[in-house]
Design a binder for this molecule. Structure first.
Ligand SMILES: Cc1cc2nc3c(=O)[nH]c(=O)nc-3n(C[C@H](O)[C@H](O)[C@H](O)COP(=O)(O)OP(=O)(O)OC[C@H]3O[C@@H](n4cnc5c(N)ncnc54)[C@H](O)[C@@H]3O)c2cc1C
Length: 248
């Protein structure tokens, strides 16, 4: 009897500690408060203050996770209709992880965070007009961009604007990188690198390819010794040995 009680106590303590660690790791203690004390807003969607969020990256998605979307009329604008888990991006260049494993469709993500009344629009913001409190967007949906001239560009009004568009990769002025190199920021970049590596390997494997050509084809240069450059080099290292890293 005593042992059973002790076992029960140990198990419940372990469950509580695990739940507390999970809530801390995911920064979700506020959901406990919300589920006990918060009442849902009953204001109709069209009468709520308008929030426009630019971007579907880390900053935008973290903001949306914490926003009480029932209080606002929320629209998310981004050319990318998925969230990208960048820490694993390097792994997709050589097939350690598959692209599908590191993305989450933005609409699925919004539904999961109970933000089902958020609207997503696939477009790129091209201008902010503070006087009229609106943004000008250009669609990046290919069909609309090619044929439907009337919906290519449109304005969206906002009361609050959240700009979370990230940044562009830079070459730090390194000559030749822009013209000849691959960047590694988006999933499309990783897929281009993967295709190129695969192509080089296949060329090196052709019966007529001599040793000197094979060495040249399989010599990779990484420009930049920051986390992305080093992680990419580490991913390649398991498979190839000729890697040079150039950094400033
Ligand atoms: C390969 C790689 C590995 C990384 N690993 C780590 C790591 O392990 N740990 C870590 O802390 N950080 C890591 N980072 C850095 C991290 O990914 C960035 O700091 C983070 O993505 C920045 O978040 P963000 O929301 O500002 O921008 P992003 O995540 O880049 O999001 C920008 C969003 O804005 C959208 N956007 C762009 N232009 C427009 C526009 N005109 N209108 C509307 N939307 C627009 C984009 O489509 C995108 O959805 C890594 C980065 C890379 C590239």
């Amino acid at each position: 009897m005593f042992t059973a009680k002790r076992l029960l106590l140990t198990t419940s303590t372990a469950v509580i500690l695990f739940k507390a660690a999970e809530l801390t790791a995911n920064d979700e203690w506020d959901t406990i408060y919300d589920s006990i004390f918060r009442t849902k807003s009953i204001i109709p969607r069209d009468e709520r203050p308008k929030i426009v969020v630019l971007g579907t990256g880390w900053a935008a998605c973290s903001f949306l996770r914490k926003l009480h979307t029932d209080k606002y009329h929320v629209t998310v604008v981004s050319p990318r209709n998925h969230f990208l888990y960048t820490p694993l991006l390097c792994g997709t260049t050589v097939g350690t992880v598959e692209p599908r494993s590191i993305i989450e469709p933005i609409r699925t993500l919004l539904n999961r965070s109970n933000a089902s009344d958020v609207t997503y629009i696939q477009a790129s913001a091209s201008a902010i007009n503070p006087t009229t409190q609106s943004i000008t967007c250009k669609t990046t949906a290919e069909e609309a961009a090619c044929s439907h001239t009337d919906i290519r560009s449109f304005d969206l009004p906002y009361d609050h604007l959240i700009v979370a568009v990230g940044c562009q990769p830079t070459t730090f002025g390194t000559p030749g990188v822009l013209e000849n190199g691959f960047f590694l920021k988006e999933l499309g970049d990783a897929q281009k690198i993967r295709n190129r590596i695969s192509d080089l390997l296949e060329t090196a494997s052709l019966p007529g390819t001599d040793l000197a050509t094979k060495k040249r084809l399989l010599h990779f240069c990484v420009v930049g010794g920051g986390p992305t450059g080093i992680e990419f080099a580490a991913e390649l290292h398991g498979k190839f040995f000729c890697i040079s890293i150039y950094t400033m």
